[in-house]
Structures are given as structure tokens and as C-alpha cells.
Design a protein around this ligand. Structure first.
Ligand code: TPP
Ligand code: MG
Length: 889
């Protein structure tokens, strides 16, 4: 404790203050720290009553949260664990090093794992359960750049052979490969969670923990002590995604969640907070958000220095140094630390006078001390009522010689030959120096004490990790007749595809078989989509139930929150909603429960806002339905530039497993939903769906006979030309299909031009199929060529093709290679505007008149119509040929 002289008092009544402090000290010494805390609480309360406010304390001194006297002894065999860890370090390093020697620039990382190794090993040996009874075990989100260490561990356990290790970043040369980072898409039996895009891992981990509780509260999985562990880089906490949702975890009391922030004080370019201390900053942020914070800053070898220091100067000196100093200490060696750290105060120099420079140099940081880590993990797993974050101080590039703690250490891929030799010496790797210089992997025999120990530890925790599994699901999708109500038309009633969708969703929710598996997700847009009735039907998930009487409780459709509510009402967070969608869309593998998520949102705030998370969802082999509501640049009226989506289908086309549709009618939607459930859950296809929904009301026709295949494949003929043979073909999608139908009438009645109308439900799928056929034809020149569906569907259809959609022209343009110069596209390139549909469609030239005009113009170009007639028609249709281009305005 500090002496009297060190506590600065400016108020002019120093003696009185010191009396109080003495009295406080007496209580703490005589009665213990709990009484001290109680006394402080009482004083604070008294101060509040007197109207005095003081800054609340979010940070604590720069020392370990768990004092030495509260530690429990380490239960493992420390010597053996150290040897195992050294072997893993060697193999991780040898693997990256040798791949880069073979293939300069192939990449891989050494410094992240070197800082994380002990933090992971304590988990693997004592905490990470692979199973909980017959349930799946804990889930671990690993720092992506640490994957070499995870591979090296699997290698030692015999999960990978030598060759597999040498397939690291050689995925196309060796089968099966070892992917650069955690990618379930590439290693589906191994990785569960893609984490390497910074921020996505921690965010998904929070919502995973929440979704686990959701499944428990709804009785879909057993309650277990299972934990979600997320290993996070300290630099990674700069991402808004990392810290943006930490309030969710405390609000929902997620004591199944443990964050471990690897505070190696560095990111890629240099220090994370050179002029400050990242641990202090994070402590304040997490504690302020209601998390249990455990700091693991100093290793056990500092304990005796603290014990010997009766001046309080050791802590004072620690708190004078910023992270830039701490980084330099670990880069520059023992003599430097003696001079620059201890040397500031003679008392501190004296404290280490009996230590060699070497001993000072190896004074450990907490994150490299298994006893300190064990105690922190134990506390974290025993903590009740909320999430825990462990802030573990480590050294980036630990043990990597001249690379350690350097600004450039993140990208260091190779050690020098001498560095390799030094490495085996430091970590006591039992391999001859020549082999070390060749950076060969090394695995002791399976009956060696090290491997036996590793195997035993894993066996006692239920098996190997990481591991991903996909159990047999035995899922039966509802047949088409289940959707009869929506394929038989609305009988003249004007409805939107969104309303149609919500009524299908409500029907699915009632289904005795799959109803409970449906997970509706909304980011504060339930009312926008007309979900009130579904809220009444199945309730909003609220882990604490509804503690208040809602003001609208007397109404039929009141705001109903339930502990086992089914709807995930996320609040205004598309990123959080996407994280829930990810947890629910991968539950078929993670929990063996094939939940079917339907995430409904403003289509504008989907792919372009959380596109990277959608990419990670695809990598995770996620399934489910993204329902892009209020879609279409001219259909979403009034809201203007920031809301009107005319490009989400362009973005959805870039995700390989995303199947996208842009239906116009409810029966199309019903067919697509049925087929989606069948493909994803019954046939186990590795895809997910993106479907746009609109809020324009119109009568929904009955499903035409024989249209099912076309709807699913992307195009079918909806309405033949009214009188005689067509000389033009009109394509329409979404609500613009109705403009196309109107154009068909105008062309026929006013200008005697006959055209067929086609409904195009998916340009994206038509293109994918055509590309696959093309590829096959290219690779098999001796075989008869196959025909893409778009070509065979149009067989015999004559004349130019005018394609109009509420999306950018590049969407229909995707079919240009097969439709050649017949194709004219009309779309909504450009920024949106705030106005009604009529004006928006005229502005973007996708209204019926513009479609008719485009058809006539093309017929002129094709030599089938006199230009004068087209010009006269333009006048009659009110087309302003000199209007500015909407793509540029
Ligand atoms: C979204 C995103 N931006 C940038 C990167 C590139 N990147 C990879 S690792 C890294 C630094 C990581 O630092 P930190 O989180 O502190 O982890 P450490 O390696 O120090 O443990 C960066 C910038 C990335 N992977 N993802
Ligand atoms: Mg870091």
C-alpha cells in the first residue's frame, strides 16, 4: 500500500484526509478487503444522498485481477505441458518457414500464435470440452492468424500426417489441403467458425452465445455448462464489430461467453496503443458495459518482486510506462529493462540486484504463465450472471529471436538458419541441429510421454478440437400442396409479396413438424413487414420474459415478449441480426438442430452493409433465407437515395453459395420457398437463399400450369402476345413485371406490335447454369454441345428481347453472351430519388411507356419498323428523348 506521502491531496486539509485513509487502512487490515469494499459502497451511497457525484471507477491498478493468495495450484503436469507446447511451437514455425522457403511469398504467420500458444494450450488441456454428455461441446473462435499452431497441434495428435502439414497454403497441389485460415468451406471436418476477417469472430461469438440460450429456453437443446470462447486480437478491438455488441452479452447475462483478448500490444503496423495501455482501455470499456473483467498481466515470477517491494514503486513504475515502452522492453533485452524500467528508481534497481540480465529478460508476462491463465479461466467459467473478458498480456513473436516484439513481427514468415537453431535450443526441441536448419516437422512417437499426455487430456475433455460435424438430419420438406393457399391467387385482393411472405411464414410457424425450427429475425422492422400478427402468434424472444405490462396488452396484436418467444427482434443492428442468422443457419451442424432462419430486412441494408458477414456465413456453410424487403429502386417509394435498393442482386450474385430470386408474384415466392427448404434441408445442398420482397400491392394471379420448373430455374413464359405471333419478347421481374404486361398491351393495341411476356425470377441463376453448360462445352469439344436453359426456354421465340427490372441493367445484361444483340436492358442504374412509383419509374425509364418505346426503338434498329413511326409513338407515349441520363444524375 502507498505511504502517506504519496497520496496527493490538494484540498488544503491534508491531515483530515490522512486520518480518513488511516481509518480505512485499519478496516482493511483488520477485517479484510470485503469490509473495505463495503465501507466504500456505504460512503458512496452517502455521498450520492448528499448530492455529490464522483467519477465511477472503471479501471483498476495495472496488476493481475486475481491476487496471488487467491490462486489455486495448477492441476496439470507443467513440465510436460511446456514440452508439448514447445513441440507445437516448433511445428507451427517449421511449417510456415518451410512453405515460404519453397514458395516465396506464400505467407503464413508466426508471431500471432507465438503470443497465443500458452493461452490456447491451457484451454486445450483443461477447459475446451469437445462434448457435454451426448451434446456437442464448447465452441472456440480462434484468432485466424494463429491457425499454424492449431494445425501443428492436430499434427502431433496424429490427426494430420506429415504430408498434410506440407499442404499448408498448397491447397491446390496437395489434397486435402490446409487452408491459410479457419475456413469451414475448405476444411468442413475441422473448422467451425471463419474468423480471419477481423471483428467478425467476436461479434458472431456473442450472438452464438445468445442463440445457444435461445435454443435452451425454447427447449430445442438441453441446458449444458457449454461455453463459447472467443480469442480476439488486441488490434482487432479497433473494429467496431468487435466491441459494438458487447452490451448485448451483459444485457442478456451471457455467462456462457468468455472473451480472451490476446494483448500482445501490437497489430500489423506497430503498437496498438503506443502512447497508452490497451489493457486499461479495454478494462474500462468492458467493465463499463457490465462484463466481468479479469486481467492477467504479470507472470508468477513477478510475484516475488511485488512481495519484496514495500515502496509501492514497482506498481508506480508499471503505471508510468506505456505500451510503446513495454514493447521496447521485450525487443531490447534484460540490460535495457534493468536500465530503463527498474533504473528509474534506485529502490527498484535494488529489487533486481540479485538477478542476471537473462533472468530479468525472462520475467514472464501473464499470458505466458499457465498458472495465471488457469486461474483466470477457472474464474471465468465459474462466473455467473454475465460474460467474462480476460485481458492477457503477451509478447508478439514470443521466442522468435530477433523478430520478437518488433514492429514488423506480424509479417515475419521465416527465421534465419541461426534463428532456427536458437529456437530449438530455447524451447528444448529434441531434434538435431541439421534437421532444424531444414525446418522439418517433428513428431515424437505416439507412445512418448508428451503425446500420451496430449491424448489423455483431450480424451478427458471428450475428444479432439477443433472439429466440425454434420449429423444425418432426416428432414422432410413440405410438399407443394402445402402451399396451395398461395399458389391459387389472391382472388382479386391487392396484396404485396411481403404480405404473401408473412402469411406463408405464419403458416410454417404453425406446422407441427417444422414450425418450431423456424427462426424469424428482424432488425426493428417487424412492423414494416407486417409481422404484428406473428409477434402475437409466437412472441418475441426475451430471456427474462416480459417484466412489464405492455400498454397495448388489451389489443389483439400486442407486443408480446416471452422467455421462449420465437422471433429474434434484434433492435437496429443489421450486423447483430446477421450474426444471429449465422448462428441459426449453422445450427444444423453446431447443435444438430436444423433451424431455418428467415432474416427480414431492408434490402438496401443487407449485402452492401454486412456483405463481409454474408461472405463468412457462406464460408460457414450456412443455410437459410435472407429476405430483402422494401426492395426495388422504384418500388420503395418516397424514401430516396439511401433506402432505394437497385443493386443487392448484383452483390448477391458474387457469393458462390447464394441462390437469389426476384419474384413478382406470391405463387412464385411459394415455389421458391418450398424448393429452398427442400434443397437446403432435405437434400442437404450447401446453399442459402436471397429473395427480394416488395411492398407494392396488386392482385396475385393463380400459378399457371406447368410453370414450376421455370420459376425455379429462372424464367418462364407468362403471357403470350394478345393477337397473333410475337415479333418481340419482353422480360420482367418483381413489380416491374406488371409494367412489362402493360407495355405488352400498349404495343399491341396502340402500335400493332405483338410481344410475349416472360417472368424472370432469377437472372443470377440463369447465368450460373449457362456458364456451367458453356464450361462443359468448352472442355468437351468432341461431344455434342449442350444448350443452356435460357436458350432452350426461348426456343422459337422471335424478335428482340427487352428486359426490364427494378435492379441495375447489369442484372439482365448477365445473359448477353447467350442473347447477343437481341437483348436491350432497362434498369435502375443511378442514385434513387424521393417520389412516387409513377415518377420514379418514368425517371429510371422502366415504366410501361418506356418499355414500349424501347421495344419500338429496337425494332427500328433491327430494320423492322420505320423510324418515323417510332418517333410519333414516342410523342404519343410522352417520352422525353432529351431528359438527362438517370445513371448520372
Ligand atoms: C477486416 C480485416 N482488416 C484487416 C485485416 C488484416 N490483418 C490481419 S492481422 C492484422 C493485425 C492483427 O492484430 P491483432 O488483432 O492485434 O492480432 P495479433 O496478431 O497481434 O495477435 C490485420 C490488420 C484482416 N484480417 N481483417
Ligand atoms: Mg495484437
Amino acid at each position: 500500500m502507498s505511504t502517506k506521502a504519496e497520496i496527493p491531496v490538494q484540498s488544503g486539509f491534508a491531515d483530515e484526509v490522512h486520518e480518513w485513509i488511516e481509518a480505512f487502512d485499519d478496516v482493511v487490515v483488520a477485517e479484510g478487503p470485503e469490509h473495505g469494499a463495503e465501507l466504500l459502497d456505504a460512503l458512496r451511497q452517502r455521498a450520492r444522498e448528499a448530492g455529490i457525484t464522483t467519477a465511477s471507477e472503471l479501471t483498476t491498478p495495472y496488476i493481475n485481477t486475481i491476487p496471488k493468495h487467491e490462486e489455486v495450484p495448477y492441476p496439470g503436469d507443467r513440465a510436460l505441458e511446456r514440452r508439448v507446447e514447445s513441440l507445437i511451437r516448433w511445428n507451427a514455425m517449421a511449417m510456415v518457414h518451410s512453405q515460404n522457403k519453397k514458395d516465396a511469398g506464400i505467407g503464413g504467420h508466426l508471431a500471432t500464435y507465438s503470443s497465443l500458444a500458452t493461452l490456447l494450450e491451457v484451454g486445450f488441456n483443461h477447459f475446451f470440452h469437445a462434448t457435454h454428455g451426448d451434446q456437442p461441446g464448447d465452441f472456440v473462435y480462434f484468432q485466424g492468424h494463429a491457425s499454424p499452431g492449431i494445425y501443428a497441434r492436430a499434427y502431433l495428435l496424429g490427426r494430420f500426417d506429415d504430408q498434410r502439414l506440407l499442404n499448408f497454403r498448397h491447397e491446390l497441389r496437395g489434397e486435402p489441403g490446409l487452408s491459410s485460415y479457419p475456413h469451414p468451406w475448405l476444411m468442413p471436418d475441422f473448422w467451425r467458425f471463419p474468423t480471419v476477417s477481423m471483428g467478425i469472430g467476436p461479434l458472431n461469438a456473442i450472438y452464438q452465445a445468445r442463440f445457444m440460450r435461445y435454443l435452451e429456453n425454447r427447449g430445442l437443446i438441453e441446458k449444458t455448462p457449454r461455453k463459447i470462447w472467443a480469442f480476439v486480437g488486441d488490434g482487432e478491438t479497433d473494429e467496431v464489430d468487435t466491441l459494438g455488441a458487447i452490451g448485448v452479452a451483459s444485457r442478456e447475462k451471457l455467462d456462457n461467453l468468455v472473451f480472451v483478448v490476446n494483448c500482445n500490444l501490437q497489430r500489423l503496423d506497430g503498437p496498438v496503443r503506443g502512447n497508452k495501455r490497451i489493457i486499461d482501455e479495454l478494462e474500462g470499456v468492458f467493465r463499463g458495459a457490465g462484463w466481468n473483467v479479469i486481467k492477467v498481466i504479470w507472470g508468477s515470477d513477478w510475484d516475488k518482486l511485488f512481495e519484496r517491494d514495500h515502496t509501492g514503486l514497482l506498481l508506480k513504475r508499471m503505471e508510468e510506462c506505456v505500451d510503446g515502452d513495454y514493447q521496447a522492453f521485450k525487443a531490447k533485452g534484460g540490460a535495457y529493462i534493468r536500465k530503463e524500467f527498474f533504473g528509474k528508481y534506485p529502490e527498484l534497481l535494488e529489487l533486481v540486484s540479485d538477478m542476471t540480465d537473462e533472468q530479468i529478460w525472462t520475467l514472464h508476462r501473464g499470458g505466458h504463465d499457465r498458472a495465471k491463465i488457469y486461474n483466470a479461466y477457472k474464474r471465468a467459467t465459474e462466473h455467473k450472471g454475465g460474460p467474462t473478458v480476460i485481458l492477457a498480456k503477451t509478447v508478439k513473436g514470443y521466442g522468435l529471436g530477433s523478430t520478437q516484439s518488433r514492429n514488423a513481427s506480424h509479417q515475419e514468415k521465416k527465421l534465419t538458419d541461426d534463428g532456427l537453431a536458437a529456437f530449438i535450443k530455447q524451447f528444448n526441441i529434441p531434434i538435431p541441429e541439421e534437421l532444424a536448419r531444414e525446418s522439418k516437422p517433428y513428431r515424437p512417437p505416439q507412445d512418448s510421454p508428451e503425446i500420451v499426455y496430449m491424448q489423455e487430456r483431450r480424451a478427458s475433455l471428450g475428444g479432439y478440437m477443433p472439429r466440425r460435424e454434420v449429423p444425418e438430419l432426416n428432414f422432410k420438406a413440405p410438399e407443394m400442396d402445402y402451399f396451395a393457399e398461395w399458389t391459387s391467387g389472391s382472388k382479386g385482393r391487392e396484396v404485396s409479396t411481403t404480405m404473401g411472405f408473412v402469411s406463408i411464414l405464419r403458416h410454417l410457424l404453425k406446422d407441427p413438424e417444422i414450425g418450431k425450427l423456424i427462426v424469424p429475425i428482424v432488425p426493428d422492422e417487424g412492423r414494416t413487414f407486417g409481422l404484428e400478427s406473428a409477434i402475437r402468434q409466437v412472441g418475441i424472444y426475451a430471456p427474462e420474459g416480459q417484466k412489464y405490462k405492455p400498454h397495448d396488452v388489451d389489443m389483439l396484436l400486442y407486443y408480446r415478449e416471452e422467455k421462449d418467444g420465437q422471433i429474434l427482434e434484434e433492435g437496429i443492428t443489421e450486423a447483430g441480426s446477421m450474426a444471429s442468422f449465422t448462428a441459426a443457419g449453422t445450427a444444423y451442424s453446431n447443435y444438430r438442430v436444423p433451424t431455418i432462419p428467415f432474416y427480414m430486412y431492408y434490402s438496401m441494408f443487407g449485402f452492401q452493409r454486412v456483405g463481409d458477414m454474408i461472405w463468412a456465413f457462406a464460408d460457414s456453410r450456412g443455410k437459410g433465407f435472407l429476405m430483402g424487403g422494401t426492395a426495388g429502386r422504384t418500388t420503395m417509394l418516397g424514401e430516396g437515395l439511401q433506402h432505394q435498393d437497385g443493386h443487392s442482386h448484383v452483390l448477391s450474385s458474387t457469393v458462390p453459395t447464394c441462390v437469389s430470386y426476384d419474384p413478382a408474384y406470391v405463387y412464385e415466392l411459394a415455389v421458391i420457398l418450398q424448393d429452398g427448404i427442400r434443397r437446403m434441408y432435405q437434400e442437404n445442398e450447401q446453399v442459402f437463399y436471397y429473395i427480394t420482397m416488395y411492398n407494392e400491392d396488386y392482385p396475385m394471379p393463380e400459378m399457371p400450369e406447368g410453370s414450376r420448373e421455370g420459376i425455379v430455374r429462372g424464367i418462364y413464359k407468362l403471357k403470350a402476345a394478345p393477337k397473333g405471333k410475337a415479333t418481340a419478347q419482353l422480360f420482367g421481374s418483381g413489380p416491374i413485371l406488371r409494367e412489362v404486361l402493360r407495355a405488352q398491351e400498349i404495343l399491341s393495341h396502340k402500335f400493332g406490335v405483338q410481344a410475349d411476356v416472360w417472368s424472370v425470377t432469377s437472372y443470377n441463376e440463369l447465368r450460373r447454369e449457362a456458364l456451367a453448360v458453356e464450361r462443359w462445352n468448352r472442355l468437351h469439344p468432341a461431344e455434342p454441345a449442350k444448350t443452356p436453359y435460357i436458350v432452350s426456354a426461348l426456343n422459337g421465340a422471335k424478335g428482340p428481347i427487352i428486359a426490364a427490372s427494378d435492379y441495375m441493367k447489369s442484372i439482365p445484361d448477365q445473359l448477353a453472351p447467350w442473347l447477343l444483340s437481341r437483348l436491350v436492358t432497362l434498369g435502375t442504374d443511378g442514385f434513387g430519388r424521393s417520389d412516387n412509383r409513377e415518377h420514379l419509374r418514368r425517371f429510371f425509364e422502366v415504366d410501361a411507356e418506356s418499355i414500349a418505346a424501347a421495344t419500338l426503338s429496337k425494332l427500328v434498329r433491327d430494320g423492322k419498323l420505320d423510324a418515323g413511326k417510332a418517333q410519333a409513338a414516342f410523342l404519343e407515349l410522352g417520352i422525353d428523348t432529351e431528359a438527362g441520363d438517370p445513371a448520372k444524375r
